[in-house]
Design a protein around this ligand. Structure first.
Ligand code: C2G
Length: 136
């Protein structure tokens, strides 16, 4: 069985998130998703997520092509997360291109980066929604 693992915050879930998860699931038999904890997201993006880690996990785990979800507390722990889930393939978005190649030296796991869906991001949605709110 080929186990695929991917990571992300998946805040304000949108079609770009959906598509990368679906594409990742098609690369193996089982898809496991590491969802960034609220604290990790604050560290990465200097802001709290709109949806809490519990809500984001609930959304991701309800997708039919996601088999398992866990919370990611630290970017440095990636090798351990991959080992504990018996991962054969790590899938990341190309915004992380090259950043996790070191994993291959620590875990017997392939690493690939998939293209992002153009023209959509959580940050942009938050900005647009904020603009609508401010103009109301
Ligand atoms: N994504 C995408 N297309 C978009 C927006 C996002 O394919 N238009 C992908 C990203 O490339 C990523 C996933 O959706 O693979 C989740 O995106 P984020 O929530 O922004 O993930 P991020 O906060 O970068 O977390 O361990 C690394 C991190 O946890 C990744």
């Amino acid at each position: 069985m080929k186990v695929v693992v991917t990571f992300g915050t998946f805040d304000v879930f949108h079609v770009g998130h959906l598509k990368i998860l679906k594409r990742a699931s098609e690369l193996g038999d089982k898809l496991v998703v590491g969802v960034s904890s609220d604290a990790l997201n604050i560290k990465k993006k200097s802001r709290a997520p709109i949806y809490s880690e519990a809500e984001r996990c609930e959304i991701i785990s309800s997708l039919k092509f996601v088999d398992d979800v866990f919370l990611e507390y630290s970017l440095e722990e990636k090798a351990n997360y991959l080992r504990s889930h018996n991962a054969n393939l790590l899938v990341m978005g190309c915004d992380w291109e090259g950043k996790f190649d070191w994993i291959k030296d620590e875990v017997d796991c392939e690493v690939i980066y998939l293209p992002r869906t153009p023209s959509i991001s959580t940050t942009e949605i938050i900005e647009i929604a904020g603009g609508i709110h401010n103009n109301a």
